[in-house]
Ligand binder design. Structure first.
Ligand SMILES: Cc1cc2nc3c(=O)[nH]c(=O)nc-3n(C[C@H](O)[C@H](O)[C@H](O)COP(=O)(O)OP(=O)(O)OC[C@H]3O[C@@H](n4cnc5c(N)ncnc54)[C@H](O)[C@@H]3O)c2cc1C
Length: 596
């Protein structure tokens, strides 16, 4: 059940696909030289593999627990978080002026993947803090930044994200938590928030809750939601934690997976009101929360990729050890199951999907860095539009993918996969939450259809598809069956995606339900085509390097074979998705509610 970070693949993707050389030239990113990046990845891999990964399985068996308002986290988490914070891992991508390392997102991305591969339950505390940090960097006042950012970035305190209420899940317009101004710049907060990840724990000195609430005269719906900072302990003038605020954890949930991550019910204001301060302006809370959510959605996509990698590694190790049945080609006795073609198919499927999702996410991170740091505003904007198109795909597709990969991981183990001792079942259980929190796959798909495709008439999507076609053409010029097959499937996939984008744009007004009936399928189609595109690009680079006699030939040949597998087995599914979206909406909506 150990975890070896796939550093070779990570560096290949960063250097050859995600443009580390471009990112490291951006103003403010000069420290991201290849030597520094390699050193950061090596160190992070060591920390995640040696310190965090061993906690994953035991913390699932003996998870965090609640007693009398306090949460005791799983054995080892507190000490590990201290080590995480002291080594500066919370601050990898955050500004140096607040104690961070100031490295680009592209460098933080593999670190996040590794932490999540090691333990999703543990990694969540860092993910939520990252979201809070992003929101404060964007919308916090100078005073709030000075007070909260350094302790959050250095891991002295942690952050949370308080959106969900019993009646307000996917639909945040229904948020009811109240914020009553006190006339001194503070507000008193009253309400119940549910499912708050790390809403209570014993791993840090203070917890900074970011809370969505409504002021008394706020307009109804999403336009009347404001964002507040509500610390667990009030902050003294010298920055130390002071009196306990009126925000209390009344229970934590018992869950299918990520059992060691405490999921809290928080009660605000039962004893007179929890004291909060407004972030930014009143009624703009959801806008700020979207900043957090974009960062967190990308992070949840990485959770899926990390989990898929771990499940794959475990399945490979098992498949090499477990001896069962004779080789089809003939053998004296039974062989390790990795020799059976169907086990190979499952392992290749796990590997190919994980590598494709990794490549797409890292490319997204590089684009985000250009959108953030580039000197030219037009370039920044163009890259931001592409990044924003990719975020729901990276979140939605990578997490759906991780569930499939974890399921195959169980299958490779046979009966042992169903037994908890191996850990394969834990990956499967843990994967399930990833398609739910930070917006379900359907909510990601709504975003992809509405804000990211229909709003600009499919312009960004089409520009990306043009690039896919360039890769298709370049692959078509290479000799050999592998490249011909990848090029062919990429061409078919691009055509399918283009047809679907046209369908969405043309029908979103006249047949809105028909379009949304296929929204998740569109997201999945975009995922496999853009993932296949990255695998196609990887195959091109690999071939070029092989011809030049550069690099690790075995790694490069395996990359081409994996890209071929992805094209034949995953990308080929584009045709079915296209027809279900364009021709299948009637069947989704045919029955009356009473007929169910
Ligand atoms: C372990 C865990 C940790 C969490 N951590 C946090 C946290 O830290 N902070 C926080 O604020 N929240 C957190 N959440 C809440 C999480 O974000 C919500 O559960 C999630 O957004 C879904 O909301 P819901 O549970 O109310 O489901 P619902 O919104 O009731 O959805 C039920 C089903 O209906 C579908 N649906 C709903 N609306 C639409 C629509 N418009 N179009 C298509 N389909 C739709 C959904 O896709 C889903 O399949 C967490 C939840 C869990 C379980």
């Amino acid at each position: 059940m150990s975890y070896q970070a796939p550093i070779k693949d990570m560096l290949f993707v960063m250097n050859e696909l995600a443009g580390l050389n471009v990112v490291s030239q951006l103003p403010g990113c000069e420290d991201a030289t290849i030597d520094t990046v390699e050193a950061v990845l090596e160190e992070n891999a060591k920390f995640c593999g040696e310190v965090i990964a061993p906690l994953n399985h035991p913390s699932d068996k003996e998870p965090s627990f609640w007693h009398d308002g306090q949460v005791t986290t799983a054995a080892g988490f507190k000490v590990a978080f201290q080590a995480f914070a002291e080594s500066g891992w919370q601050g990898v991508q955050h500004p140096t002026e607040f104690g961070g390392q100031g490295l680009p997102k592209l460098v933080a991305t593999p670190c996040t993947e590794m932490l999540n591969a090691a333990s999703i339950s543990f990694a969540l505390v860092a993910l939520l803090s990252d979201g809070a940090i992003e929101a404060l960097l964007t919308a916090g006042s100078d005073e709030q930044k000075a007070r909260y950012l350094e302790p959050l970035i250095t891991g002295k305190w942690t952050g949370t994200m308080n959106l969900t209420e019993p009646q307000a899940g996917s639909d945040l317009a229904a948020v009811r938590t109240r914020a009553v101004p006190q006339g001194d710049g503070t507000y008193k907060i009253f309400g119940t928030k549910i499912y708050i990840t790390y809403g209570e724990h014993d791993m840090a000195e203070n917890i900074i809750h970011l809370v969505l609430a409504r002021t008394p005269d706020a307009p109804p719906g999403v336009k009347g939601i404001s964002l507040f900072i509500v610390p667990k302990f009030m902050i003294n003038e010298d920055g130390s934690p002071g009196e306990r605020n009126d925000a209390h954890c009344v229970s934590i949930e018992h869950k299918l997976g990520i059992k060691a991550s405490p999921t809290a019910v928080l009660q605000f204001g039962d004893n007179g009101g929890a004291i909060g301060t407004l972030v930014g302006e009143e009624n703009r809370g959801l806008e700020y929360m979207f900043i957090m959510m974009n960062a967190a959605r990308f992070g949840v996509g990485l959770q899926g990729i990390g989990l898929a990698e771990r499940a794959y590694q475990q399945a490979v190790a098992f498949a090499k050890e477990r001896v069962q049945s004779r080789d089809l080609a003939g053998s004296a006795g039974p062989v390790a199951i990795i020799h059976h073609p169907d086990v190979r198919r499952m392992l290749m499927s796990m590997r190919a999907q994980t590598e494709a999702a990794r490549a797409l996410a890292y490319v997204g991170a590089g684009i985000s860095d250009v959108a953030h740091y580039h000197a030219d505003e037009t370039t920044r904007r163009a890259n931001l539009a592409v990044y924003e198109y990719l975020v729901p795909i990276i979140k939605g597709w990578s997490t759906e993918m991780s569930e499939n990969v974890a399921r195959d991981g169980v299958q490779v183990h046979g009966g042992m996969g169903f037994i908890e001792e191996t850990g394969a079942a834990q990956h499967y259980r843990d994967a399930k939450i990833l398609t739910i929190y930070e917006g379900t796959t359907a909510i990601q798909a709504n975003d992809l259809v509405g804000r990211k495709t229909a709003r600009d008439g499919g312009a960004v999507a089409k520009a990306i598809i043009d690039q896919v076609r360039e890769t298709e053409a370049a692959l078509g010029e290479l000799q050999g069956a592998d490249f011909a097959a990848i090029s062919k499937q990429l061409g078919l996939g691009a055509a399918a995606l283009e047809e679907v984008v046209d369908f969405v744009v043309a029908n979103v007004k006249p047949n809105i339900k028909g379009v949304f009936a296929g929204s998740v399928l569109y997201l999945k189609l975009a995922g496999i085509v853009l993932g296949g595109w990255q695998m196609g690009r990887a195959a091109l680079v690999a071939q070029k390097k092989l011809e030049a006699g550069e690099g690790d030939a075995a790694f490069l040949r395996a990359k081409i074979a994996t890209a071929r597998f992805f094209a034949d087995h995953i990308l080929s599914g584009a045709q079915g998705l296209r027809s279900a979206i364009v021709e299948g909406s009637a069947g989704v909506l045919a029955l009356d509610v009473e007929q169910f």
